[in-house]
Design a protein. Structure first.
Length: 508
């Protein structure tokens, strides 16, 4: 049991012993980050997942136990909770249709009842920060449901910590992506009046620190805690702060009162990659001021020596992870791996933002080994197998604007390795005999990759697969893609055809 000393809670050795933790929502944005943080703190982790296969490729998958089931299924929840000390409730039915509040209610009641029945020592829930003095009937369905779930868990009879956060800043979160794309794409914008609402954002790393710390709360602590960062500012000010961090000019933001939450969601859906179904509850939650009323959690979970992460630093961290994206996990599963503010492989499809692709496939009259030799030998003196003048012009233009151009060539005429420079690309990933992924280092308003693969069809015949990917940065990025799209047939189409012909010729 913890004891009070000097206004802070001092834990005994028993209080700080490792816990057996159940994490629901481990395939989601927060849950997927929380699992490795709990493991790093020395806790054992079990995950409850409707689709365990979604967790299979997580780097921590071998270090956790995964139980298949849904939080609305009492039997599955009961089985998952056996022997558990702390149960994290990180799921929401948001976006599940008009009945999401009823689904949330049922799931929370099931979770609380089974936690009590199986002897779980603590429940930890991450909810939303509700505005002070606003009647429940005036809250958005999103915030109202979040608040109701917290109340249900607090009334379960199990010691419960309800953490209430407003805007969470971390690359890949819906809030951050909405902020990022609105600011990047619209230097002048007519916005809903909610851009004048004050909010208290919190960095995702501080959210994770709080969640992990709650595993060791004294048994007699059962209440809600507000969590936020050190800055309180309007959404308009957040957009201007993002513009400054991203090196963008000052934004002209004109707020008008006529944009309802529904119209706002359409507006956000058009401008950002956040789906309208998620944009609407986010917009609705910003209609009122959401500022922390207390910081009592610091009594039990001390703040780091350097203090909480401020909004500018949080934006810098999140934006840097976007710019340093690893296409392997970012675009195949719409996420960005890395530091705590990165989106994980289980984030929604919109997490990494817009992505344009150009796909080509050709059957090859040669072996996969012959095709691979052509793929690995691409670039340098061998060229790019299509429209040489176009590639040369692109290299010249890149040099004119300070880029690397095509002059770097190759390190080795036949073999590539990860990290090699290859004209104005760099080898990001190579799986010998199967995959070559190149990341562009030319000057473009976004991030670009080119993937070349060997494969075979059902008849065992060799197939060449090619995919160009472009992640635009701002409006200029979108204009760039569409301005060069008419030439893709010549450049990428010709490339795919000629690589297939070269493999057939060399392998014949």
């Amino acid at each position: 049991m913890g004891t009070e000393q000097g206004g802070r809670t001092r834990h005994t050795d028993e209080d700080t012993a490792p816990r057996h933790c159940l994490v629901t929502g481990a395939s989601g944005y927060i849950g997927g980050r929380l699992v490795p943080e709990l493991l790093a703190a020395g806790h054992r982790v079990r995950c409850l997942a409707r689709t365990p296969a979604k967790l299979r490729d997580q780097p921590w998958a071998a270090d956790v136990e995964v139980v298949e089931g849904d939080v609305t299924d009492p039997d599955a929840v009961r089985d998952a909770m056996r022997g558990v000390d702390v149960a994290y409730y990180l799921v929401h039915a948001l976006g599940g249709g008009d009945g999401f509040e009823a689904t949330d209610r049922q799931a929370a009641r099931t979770f609380g009842a089974e936690a009590r029945a199986t002897g779980v020592g603590r429940v930890v829930y991450l909810g939303g920060l509700t505005p002070e003095g606003v009647p429940e009937r005036e809250l958005s369905p999103h915030l109202r449901s979040r608040a109701e779930v917290g109340e249900i868990l607090l009334e379960s009879g199990v010691p419960t910590a309800v953490l209430r956060a407003a805007v969470i800043i971390g690359s890949g979160s819906a809030s951050f992506e909405m902020l990022r794309y609105l600011t990047e794409r619209l230097p002048v914008m007519v916005t809903p009046s909610w851009v004048g609402s004050r909010v208290q954002p919190v960095a995702v790393r501080d959210v994770l620190r709080a969640l992990v710390g709650c595993a060791l709360l004294p048994a007699d602590v059962s209440r809600a805690f507000d969590i936020g960062g050190p800055d309180v500012l309007t959404y308009r000010e957040m957009m201007q702060r993002y513009a400054a961090v991203a090196g963008l000019p000052h934004r002209l933001i004109l707020a008008v009162p006529v944009l309802t939450p529904r119209l706002s969601s359409h507006w956000v859906g058009l401008v950002t990659p956040v789906p309208r179904s998620l944009a609407r509850p986010l917009a609705e939650s910003l209609r009122h001021e959401v500022v922390c009323r207390e910081n009592d959690l610091a009594r039990y979970v001390p703040e780091p020596p350097e203090g909480l992460v401020g909004v500018d630093r949080a934006l810098e961290l999140a934006l840097q992870r976007v710019r340093d994206a690893d296409v392997t996990t970012r675009w195949t599963s719409a996420s960005v791996p890395g530091a705590p503010s990165d989106p994980l492989p289980t984030d929604p499809d919109w997490a990494g933002g817009s992505l344009y692709t150009d796909r080509r496939a050709h059957r090859v009259d040669a072996s996969e080994d012959a095709l691979w030799r052509v793929i690995e030998g691409i670039g340098g003196d061998n060229g790019w197998y299509s429209f040489p003048l176009a590639w040369a012009v692109r290299g010249w233009l890149d040099r004119l604007v300070g880029g690397v151009g095509l002059r770097r060539g190759r390190r080795d005429a036949a073999r590539l390795r990860t990290g090699d420079s290859l004209d104005f690309w760099r080898v990001e990933e190579i799986e010998r005999g199967r995959l070559l992924r190149l990341r562009a280092e030319m000057r473009v308003p976004g991030l670009a990759w080119l993937e070349l693969r060997t494969a075979h069809d059902r008849q065992g015949r060799t197939v060449y697969l090619q995919r160009a990917l472009f992640h635009p940065r701002g409006l200029a990025g979108h204009l760039y893609w569409w301005s060069v799209a008419p030439f893709h047939g010549l450049v990428f189409g010709g490339m795919a055809r000629n690589i297939a012909k070269a493999a057939a010729r060399d392998g014949g």
